[in-house]
Write a protein that binds this ligand. Sequence first.
Ligand SMILES: *Cc1c(COP(=O)(O)O)cnc(C)c1O
Length: 383
Amino acid sequence: MASTFSKELALKPILMNDFQSQWNIVRENVLAAVERVGQSGWLILGNEVNQFEKQLAEYCGVKYTIGCASGLDALEISLRCLGLKPGEKVLTTPLSAFATTLAIIRAGGTPVFVDVDENGLIDLPLCRKILQEMPELRFFMPVHLYGHAISLEKLSELKEEFNLRIIEDCAQAIGAQSANKYVGQVGDVAATSFYPTKNLGCMGDGGAILTQNETIYNHAKSLRDYGQTAKYEHAYLGLNSRLDELQAAILNSALLPKIKEFTSQRKMIADRYLTNIKNDLIKIPQPPHNSDSIWHLFPVLIKQNREEFQHYLKSLHIQTSIHYPKIIPEQAALKEGSGKFVTATELKQAQYFADHEVSLPIHPYLSDDEVERVVIACNAWRN
Ligand SMILES: *Cc1c(COP(=O)(O)O)cnc(C)c1O
């Protein structure tokens, strides 16, 4: 079986992210955006950021968005807007980008880790149990990991029942829906990132805060700009975390107009993987119930010999990566005993993902043949 495809198909590398292909698609609109900003003579917090914030709010189904410098800052600003006090606990997942936890610590909070479910997203029934056991918990920062929407209905119920302040980390799932609600609509506030690998990335760093609440909107706008409420009036000790006019212009003209097309491409590829990858040694975690996922990543679980699987795909010129090779509380920066975090449950499932997960390429510029190559390679592994 392997010999029929290995030589003729395994030529062009299949990348996890293909920014050169993206450039060919967006080039003209990016150059026009740069020209527009240059001509305008206005480089920070102007028309482009305003326009982008309005369009992003419309896309996300929220009232307000606030552009800022990164996803990390968007999360930190969100927590500060909700009045997190030093040492206060924030329920969160051990399986995410490190930035999720880092934002909690930077905002002065203490992360409380609860395990993920068998599909890698924070286990909401387990969260409920912990919320009952730890009545002091007021803050919850769930992550819509891999482009999936965790159940917004269940999130809403938890919010009610425990009077929680919720910050949705939407960096991997902007535009995803759960039972016809968009991620970011249930939390008091939500955050996203325009890091280039994200579904809606820019050409550098950027992020945004999403909210339905006008008070939070004004507070976040102030915090991103030194805590200014008017020129040279500082009501808060804020950050310098502004989204550049250039990045906003590029998002406005080149990337946001493409997001629907790119997303449907990702969904189509995910459908093909879900239907056609058939190998008992490869388990495909399922999206949460009711999730209309945007497939930021396509995770699979390799029961045994993960490293060998990755080497095998690499020999066929198929790149893969791991999300994430270490659970967050195992990171050196959070070493046990430092009192920086609380582990509320065993983290067995999260550890299982750290030990067995592999992400397959799913960027929107993959050709049909390339998707086919990945499917054939997966199906032929050890068969
Ligand atoms: C990328 C990411 C972040 C951080 O975003 P940056 O813009 O890189 O700071 C936070 N949370 C999640 C889940 C992410 O994937």
